[in-house]
Write a protein that binds this ligand. Structure first.
Ligand SMILES: NC(=O)c1ccc[n+]([C@@H]2O[C@H](COP(=O)([O-])OP(=O)(O)OC[C@H]3O[C@@H](n4cnc5c(N)ncnc54)[C@H](O)[C@@H]3O)[C@@H](O)[C@H]2O)c1
Ligand SMILES: O=C(O)C[C@H](O)C(=O)O
Length: 308
């Protein structure tokens, strides 16, 4: 199993590290445009192999796509992160050009690959990869919901005073401060609805804290987060590589599902060796449907800024 990660920055390196530590891939290629940067990150990570006990071979290359040839999975993290006070959507001007050229280069060398898009604004960048590569929809996956759901579970556990392992929950919708749809009515503690333990006000607070999860970290760190994003990507890569048939909310091209068309947005999917093996349609309340519709309108508006 060969995995390429484009962008050896904070998220790309963290993702490579988690993939290596989980030890399911034979090879990870890190590629960056900055001379020597990916080579340095790869060497540093390889020097953790004996300490962390993995056999995955990590190599780094400066913009040489021939070294990514025949990758089973490619992850795109190249692009700029936001600074405090910015929205993810403001990154489109720089990141669209980067994601377009990177995705074209990747499929020239790995025509059968599955692409995971991380660069922001992620839902729009995922849509752009569809338009650029014309790969089948099962092979283009945007990562946002897996991370947002992890943050939702963190906030739920905090509110419940419970261990995170007691909690289950999911966030669908757009990966944006306003567009996320945390499914509070579906969230559980050991299969008991969390609404049995938390007031409506407290649940609304959890919801709002989840939606601004990325912005909160960006304010604290001065740039956006990388540990949980890297771990979330590695979870998706592992589900595909190991044909796990696990369910994650991912940004995928919708063609009528959830009443939506011609956009990529977060919905639950089953991930296996073929990438997206199924889009799962769940019953949403009227409020959740309305929130999802509003979220989709936001994503479509950002898509409208793309020069296609
Ligand atoms: N979808 C998500 O959930 C999620 C989570 C975290 C970050 N992100 C996004 O991921 C992106 C990366 O964030 P980061 O914190 O790792 O940023 P970073 O600045 O640390 O790393 C980005 C890397 O991309 C490289 N790069 C730029 N142009 C390139 C090109 N054309 N080819 C190859 N490499 C190129 C840069 O040299 C840099 O090393 C940002 O757009 C950020 O908003 C998304
Ligand atoms: O918040 C960001 O800009 C980065 C990422 O999308 C995140 O949610 O951490």
């Amino acid at each position: 199993m060969k995995v390429t990660v484009v962008g050896a920055g904070a998220v790309g390196a963290s993702c490579a590290e988690y993939i290596a530590i989980k030890d399911f891939a034979s090879e990870v290629v890190l590629l960056d445009i900055k001379e020597g940067f990916a080579e340095g990150k790869a060497m540093d990570l390889m020097q953790t192999a004996s300490l962390n006990g993995f056999d995955t071979k990590i190599t780094g290359v400066t913009n040489d796509y021939s070294k990514t040839a025949n990758s089973d999975i490619c992850v795109i993290t190249s692009g700029i992160p936001r600074k405090p006070g910015m929205t993810r959507e403001e990154l489109i001007g720089i990141n669209a050009g980067i994601v377009k050229s990177v995705s074209s280069s990747l499929i020239q060398h790995s025509p059968n690959t599955i692409i995971i898009v991380v660069s922001n604004p992620m839902d729009t960048m995922t849509y752009l990869v569809h338009k650029t590569t014309s790969l089948p929809k099962n092979r283009i996956i945007g990562m946002g919901g897996a991370l947002d759901s992890a943050r939702f579970k963190y906030r739920l556990a905090e509110a419940l005073g419970a261990p995170i392992s007691d909690v289950d929950g999911m966030v669908i919708g757009g990966h944006s401060d306003k567009g996320m749809v945390p499914l509070t009515a579906h969230a559980t503690r050991n299969s008991v609805k969390v609404s049995e333990f938390l007031s409506e006000d407290r649940l609304n607070q959890v919801k709002e804290d989840t939606k601004v999860g990325g912005a909160t970290l960006t304010k604290l760190l001065g740039t956006s987060a990388w540990y949980a994003p890297g771990a979330a990507v590695s979870g998706l890569v592992q589900a595909i590589a190991c044909d796990q048939k696990k369910m994650f909310p991912c940004s995928v091209l919708l063609e009528g599902e959830y009443g939506l068309n011609d956009l990529c947005i977060g919905v639950p999917v089953i991930l296996g060796r073929n990438g997206i093996e199924k889009i799962v349609e769940i019953d949403l309340s009227e409020a959740e449907k309305a929130h999802m519709k509003e979220s989709a309108e936001g994503v479509s508006k950002t898509n409208g800024l793309l020069e296609l």
